[in-house]
Design a protein around this ligand. Structure first.
Ligand code: HEC
Ligand code: HEC
Length: 290
């Protein structure tokens, strides 16, 4: 049942018989350039199947159960090679890092950048929960960006703090304990001492009772002038930076029944290189001391 071919009356070319609103499709042959590209692609594909791993096989012969390809190339091998190169490069840095002292690292821009990058990554993983992602801290968790340090801001002090912790379970932990004065001092003395502490930073008027109580009970740790003592982790009370709060009520509560910050020790959890990188990173945050 062959139909008579439909010939377009304007061009004289046979149509495919497809028609849309009176517009008909001419049955022209595909252009020659297109045919050449098509055939070349077919030949290319056959070559590709032979050279590269391409076909899944039932026997699971090659990598991930397919043909191996005549070149033996796989993406997995390439990835392995690249990873091995990265590990080797990192290992070379680590050995140099391990052998260098803190001051040598600080003087070597390459090693210093390596340490800060490693420290930043370890900080996000281990420290940011308490100290904030940028080290800005929050009430009860000290800010590590400023130049106000409880236990010292030079690299070696930071290194010790991170290694051993503060009031931690480590034998060499940094430790000190502000006594609770709630039972030792009367309410009037506590108020007067709080006002005396506030007089370091505000225009609160100190009383003799406040001065006397402070000098007898507090100066041993916080110093006569309130500047604190880093060997005891006793905060500076004469600056505008407060660890637990600067309200009269906060200060009185700290005198009655002090809070004791606990910082875990990291020696048990992180390797020595990571702890050194962390010390350099924290020191780099801006408030590091010489
Ligand atoms: C569980 C909460 C917590 C985590 C996690 C934590 N810290 Fe701390 N960190 C503290 C507290 C609380 C203090 C204050 C201790 C005190 O009262 O003296 C502190 C103090 C410090 C100090 C001393 C600051 C100063 O002024 O002398 C440094 C440095 C420090 N932390 C670094 C780190 C690093 C680095 C990490 C991650 C490896 C880390 N911390 C993880 C809670 C934490
Ligand atoms: C044995 C040393 C010691 C003595 C004595 C001591 N303190 Fe402290 N004080 C500390 C330490 C250490 C801290 C930090 C608290 C912590 O994290 O455990 C602190 C914290 C404070 C704070 C909180 C500071 C802040 O930034 O929020 C105030 C306020 C304070 N002390 C006032 C006093 C007053 C007032 C007295 C005397 C009545 C006193 N302290 C006696 C060691 C001492």
């Amino acid at each position: 049942m062959s139909k008579k071919p439909d010939i377009d009356k304007f061009t004289g070319i046979e149509t495919t018989g497809h028609e849309w609103d009176g517009i008909k499709e001419l049955n022209n042959p595909s252009p020659r350039w297109w045919l050449i590209v098509f055939l070349a692609s077919v030949i290319w594909a056959v070559g590709y199947w032979v050279v590269y791993p391409a076909w899944p096989t039932l026997s699971g012969n090659g990598e991930r159960g397919g043909t191996k390809g005549s070149m033996g190339w796989t993406q997995y091998d390439e990835l392995k090679e690249q990873q091995a190169e990265i590990t080797a490069r990192k290992a070379a840095y680590l050995t140099r890092f391990e052998d260098a002292s803190f001051s040598e690292i600080q003087q070597n821009p390459e090693l210093y950048a390596f340490a800060v990058a490693g420290g930043a990554a370890a900080f996000k993983d281990n420290c940011a929960t308490c100290h904030g992602t940028g080290g800005a801290g929050s009430a009860g968790y000290p800010n590590l960006n400023d130049d106000d340090w409880l236990w010292g801001g030079d690299i070696n002090s930071l290194h010790d703090t991170i290694r051993f912790g503060v009031r931690s379970s480590h034998d060499e932990t940094r430790f000190s304990e502000m006594p609770a004065f709630g039972d030792m001092l009367g309410e009037a003395e506590i108020e007067a001492t709080a006002d005396y502490v506030l007089s370091f930073t505000t225009d609160a008027v100190p009383t003799d009772m406040g001065r006397q109580t402070y000098e007898d009970n507090c100066a041993a740790c916080h110093a006569e002038d309130g500047t604190g003592d880093k060997s005891l982790g006793a905060p500076n009370l004469a600056d505008a930076i407060w660890f637990y709060g600067n309200d009269r009520a906060d200060i009185m509560s700290q005198i009655r029944k002090p809070k004791h910050g606990v910082m875990p020790n990291w020696e048990a959890r992180l390797d020595a290189n990571t702890i050194r990188q962390l010390a350099i990173y924290v020191h780099s945050l801006g408030g590091g001391e010489e």
